[in-house]
Design a protein around this ligand. Structure first.
Ligand code: HEM
Length: 464
């Protein structure tokens, strides 16, 4: 994971074993179900502020979820006793209709084999190989904005989602599917929205076999997408290399068996990477612009740093070390608004987490949103202070900050993201000034990622 600051051990949680969980009961019939479905962030935050770092939520009578907001608990699950935890079926079942059995949703030996195959394409030095595609995609957006009217007002959320999809699709597949008129992009957006709704349990009573309008539309788009990606894979097997991620995946061979991926696996992995890799970055960048537009002093310092170093040209990955604020702003923004705001896990056997007992097959929520704002680990936790990521003296427990998860299932795209996000910030900040449109409502919407619910409306002024 990409963090500055040194990890410190967490003081052992030494209270007696088998502490009892504070319980949030919700309504007598439906428990907290509706809040989990429609207001999860408010539910978790209130539960945490009222009851502390370990809270049992009665989702439905007979079904509990355990909310965890302490770095010690996160470390136990993602690292200390990780063999006892898996992703719950509810998560895998929501993403699988779109992304198939890729590394995001697979478990056990299938996951291990696929991770071994995909990992080399995302190592730090492989990201360097595709950074040129990233910069080219960012450059196209900069040029489009430069050609547009000055002082125009726009919502940065769809703009950043489009930019992230442009970067993801060109670096991963060598094809830009981000255009509003692009039929592949439209099919992808429809399938992605479907997966997001499923993730929040909003399609709980609409299994895919029911011939509803939404299900039929999803199936039509998914068939189109599968065909397009399989054609792309077949064409690539015949063509010369283009140095994108698809090439690296095509060349990947399992070090144990010497085998590569089948076309079907390649298709699932390509869709997985597109899904996991675009909306997360789009959300993170949207929050960055909101925070920069709100904190004009930071925005000014950042644009001065970037302009001084770049002198008008586009940034490359090598420039990031000389513009440390780019990375610090991206990290601090993901502290306050982590795109992955809560990760689900399920126990295999009963366990005791920091003294709290959990039964087998219990659902746990590991909340980045809460841990990242924990006053025991973050001074001025609610304040946007990118400088806290610049100081090597900052010491905190390792899992006080985990925007990319941790352990063996840590985000495979974390190096990719930590180049892509700061590059996009630097390139756009050098050319444009962002001012918040007054009197707008900013609220975090916890769907597939944490994104601004009503958008972030800004006036974009070209810099001289
Ligand atoms: C700001 C950007 C990103 C954030 C915050 C983020 C966050 C995460 C998190 C928290 C996980 C772990 C989920 C879990 O263990 O339950 C994860 C997994 C994953 N991410 Fe990312 N991600 C980002 C960007 C990317 C990018 C750019 C890609 C690919 C191009 C990517 C691909 C994946 C994949 C394939 C997994 C599953 C890994 C596995 O289970 O082995 N992510 N991501």
């Amino acid at each position: 994971m990409h963090t500055t600051g040194q990890a410190v051990p967490i003081a052992p949680v030494s209270q007696p074993l088998n502490k009892s969980w504070p319980v949030v009961r919700g309504g007598p019939l439906r428990g907290c179900l509706r809040d989990v479905q429609f207001r999860p962030l408010q539910l978790y935050e209130t539960a945490w502020r009222e009851h502390g770092d370990f809270v049992c939520l009665r989702v439905l009578p007979g079904f509990n979820a355990y909310l965890l907001a302490h770095p010690g608990a996160i470390e136990h699950i993602l690292h200390g006793n990780l063999k006892n935890y898996r992703k719950p079926d509810s998560f895998n079942d929501a993403v699988r209709p779109l992304a198939g059995n890729g590394i995001l949703t697979s478990e056990g030996e299938t996951w291990r084999r696929q991770r071994r195959l995909v990992q080399p394409a995302f190592l730090r030095n492989s990201v360097g190989k595709v950074a040129g595609h990233m910069v080219a995609a960012i450059g196209e957006t900069v040029d489009e904005w430069q050609a547009a009217d000055d002082d125009r007002t726009l919502d940065v959320v769809p703009e950043m989602m489009r930019l992230a999809l442009r970067i993801a699709s060109t670096t991963l597949l060598g094809t830009d599917i981000s255009g509003a008129a692009d039929s592949i992009g439209a099919a992808y957006r429809t399938t992605f929205e479907y997966a997001s709704l499923k993730m929040n349990g909003r399609l709980m009573f609409q299994p895919l076999w029911l011939p509803t309008r939404r299900n039929c539309e999803f199936k039509r788009c998914k068939t189109l997408l599968d065909r397009v990606i399989l054609d792309l894979v077949a064409r690539r097997r015949r063509e010369a290399a283009r140095q994108d991620v698809l090439d690296l995946l095509l060349a990947a061979q399992d070090e144990e068996s010497g085998q590569g991926m089948s076309d079907e696996q390649l298709k699932d992995e390509a869709l997985t990477l597109l899904t996991a890799g675009h909306e997360t970055i789009g959300a993170a960048l949207s929050w960055c612009w909101y925070l920069l537009a709100k904190h004009t002093d930071v925005q000014r310092e950042f644009s001065e740093q970037v302009s001084r170093h770049l002198q008008g040209r586009l940034p490359t990955a090598e420039d990031l070390a000389a513009m440390p604020l780019a990375t610090a702003i991206f990290e601090e923004s993901m502290r306050l608004y982590p795109p992955a705001w809560g990760m689900p896990r399920e126990t295999i056997e009963p366990d005791v987490i920091c003294g709290y007992p959990v039964p087998a097959r219990a659902t746990l929520i590991l909340s980045q949103y809460l841990v990242h704002r924990h006053p025991d680990f973050w001074p001025q936790p609610e304040t946007f202070l990118p400088a806290r990521f610049l100081s090597p003296a900052a010491a905190r427990p390792k899992f006080a900050y985990f925007p990319f998860g941790g352990g063996p299932r840590i985000c495979i795209g974390n190096h990719f993201a930590m180049v892509e996000g700061p590059l996009a910030l630097a390139a756009l900040s050098q050319r444009f000034h962002f001012a918040l449109v007054p009197d707008q409502r900013i609220e975090a919407d916890p769907t597939f990622t944490l994104r601004p619910k009503y958008g972030v409306h800004v006036t974009v002024r070209k810099r001289a």
